[in-house]
Design a binder for this molecule. Structure first.
Ligand SMILES: [Zn+2]
Length: 388
C-alpha cells in the first residue's frame, strides 16, 4: 500500500459529521451510516450481497436456523456448542465488513476479530452478552488487515487483551498510520492517474475498481483511532490450546493471505474460524506483499484434509463446509490455468494480469477490486514461475 500513500500532508480530515456521530450514543448501526464520506466504500460494498445459508448447512445440527441477532450489516448465528459466527453482509452496511465470531465456554470467552470499526466489535460483544456472562479472556485479530483491525480501539476501551500474530501490530502501524491525516489527493493521485492513463477498457475498469477500494480503505483508516494488539503471538509457538471451560480452542498459523494469519480451530466440534485464508464464494484477496499463492494453495490443501464434516467460518462470505474450500481451490486453479497459458505464450505479467476472463461458474463471485485479487494472483504466480 505504501505507493498509494502521501506521507507528509497535514490536512484536516475530521468533519463535523464525525464529531456529531461520536458525541452521540455509541450506536453500532449509526456509527458509520450517518457519515457521508463513505460513499466510495459503499459503492464497493453494495455490490457484495451475502448469499443465503446453504440448505445442507441448515440441516447440520450444529447450525441454528435463526440468528440470535441480525442487524442487516451482520448477523450472529450459533454454529456449535458455545460457538457463534458473526457473518457480515456488506451490501447492507459496513459496520463490521468482515466475518468473525466468538467462543463461550463455562469459564471464559474468546472474541474473534476487531472488524472494520469499533461499532462492529461492540456489536459482537453485545451478542456475546446475550448468551453468556463469562469473563472475556481475549479477542483475536486473525490478521492485520484494516477490515479486521480498525475496530480494535473498542477492546482497548474495554480492557480486553487483544491477541494477534506477532507481526500484526507493526504491519498495522506501517500500513494504516500513514493514512491517518494524509492528504487524500496525494494518497489517491497515483491511482487516479492509472485510471486516466489506462491503455484499454479492461485496464481502466480494473484501475477504477482499485481506486474505489483504496478510497474506502483511506476513509476507514481516517475515521477510526488505530488500536494495536497488545498480546503478540509467536507463530513458532503454535499450535496453542486455550481452555475456556469445557471448550478448547486451538490457534494455528498458516501461510497464504497476509503473512500474519491465525485460525481458531475447535477440533472436538470440527469447527474452524479460518479468517481470510478462506474467502467463501469470493475471489481471494491476494495483494498483500506477504501473500503467497503457492503457500495459500498448500494451506487450502491442508484445510481440505481437516475432515469432511468440518464447518468453516470464512473471513468473508457465507459459512460453508468442505465445498467452500474446494471452490476456492478451483478459483485458484482457474486463475493459475489461464495465467500459465499466457506465461508459456510469452505474454508479459503486466498484460496477463488484465487478460484473465472470469468463467461462467464464478461470474457471481465478488471481486473486491481487480488489483487486490486477480491481478496480484497472476503477477505473484509469474514471479513464482520465474523463480523470483
Ligand atoms: Zn484480509
Amino acid at each position: 500500500m505504501a505507493a498509494f500513500i502521501g506521507k507528509e500532508s497535514m490536512n484536516k480530515n475530521l468533519s463535523l459529521d464525525h464529531e456529531a456521530d461520536l458525541s452521540g450514543a455509541f450506536s453500532r448501526r449509526n456509527f458509520l451510516t450517518k457519515t457521508s464520506c463513505f460513499g466510495a466504500f459503499y459503492a464497493v460494498a453494495k455490490l457484495i450481497p451475502l448469499p443465503a445459508l446453504a440448505s445442507e448447512l441448515l440441516s447440520d445440527s450444529r447450525v441454528s436456523a435463526t440468528p440470535i441477532v441480525d442487524k442487516g450489516f451482520a448477523a450472529v448465528r450459533k454454529v456449535g456448542n458455545g460457538l457463534y459466527a458473526t457473518i457480515s453482509d456488506p451490501s447492507k452496511g459496513i459496520t463490521t465488513i468482515c466475518n468473525g465470531g466468538f467462543l463461550a465456554g463455562k469459564d471464559a470467552a474468546l472474541l474473534i476479530e476487531g472488524f472494520g470499526t469499533p461499532g462492529g466489535a461492540s456489536f459482537q460483544m453485545d451478542a456475546l452478552r446475550m448468551v453468556s456472562q463469562v469473563p472475556v479472556k481475549g479477542a483475536l485479530d486473525t490478521h492485520y488487515h484494516f477490515d479486521h483491525s480498525m475496530g480494535n480501539a473498542f477492546y482497548g476501551v474495554n480492557g480486553v487483551p487483544l491477541w494477534a500474530h506477532a507481526a500484526a501490530a507493526k504491519r498495522i502501524v506501517d500500513n494504516y498510520a500513514p493514512l491517518q491525516g494524509a492528504d487524500k489527493a496525494a494518497a489517491l493521485g497515483p491511482l487516479e492517474k492509472r485510471v486516466k492513463d489506462a491503455k484499454s477498457d479492461a485496464e481502466r475498469a480494473h484501475a477504477q475498481s482499485d481506486l474505489n477500494a483504496v478510497t474506502g480503505l483511506f476513509q476507514i483508516a481516517n475515521s477510526n483511532v488505530i488500536g494495536l494488539p497488545n498480546r503478540p503471538i509467536d507463530p513458532a509457538k503454535l499450535p496453542m490450546s486455550i481452555d475456556l471451560g469445557g471448550l478448547t480452542a486451538v490457534l494455528e498459523s498458516y501461510p497464504g493471505h497476509s503473512g500474519t494469519d491465525i485460525i481458531v480451530r475447535v477440533p472436538e466440534q470440527n469447527v474452524v474460524y479460518a479468517g481470510d485464508l478462506l474467502f467463501s464464494g469470493w475471489y481471494p484477496v491476494c495483494f498483500d506483499e506477504k501473500a503467497t499463492i503457492s503457500g495459500w494453495r498448500d494451506t487450502l490443501k491442508k484445510f481440505a484434509a481437516f475432515g469432511k464434516n468440518t464447518l468453516f467460518v470464512p473471513g468473508h462470505g457465507q459459512i460453508c463446509g468442505q465445498e467452500g474450500i474446494a471452490t476456492l481451490r478451483e478459483v485458484f486453479d482457474d486463475i493459475a490455468g489461464q495465467a500459465e497459458k499466457m506465461y508459456h505464450a510469452g505474454v508479459p505479467a503486466e498484460e496477463a494480469q488484465h487478460r484473465y476472463a472470469v468463467p461462467e461458474k464464478f461470474k457471481n463471485f465478488p471481486i473486491f477490486a481487480w488489483g487486490f485479487t486477480i491481478g496480484p494472483t497472476i503477477t505473484k504466480l509469474y514471479a513464482e514461475w520465474q523463480g523470483k
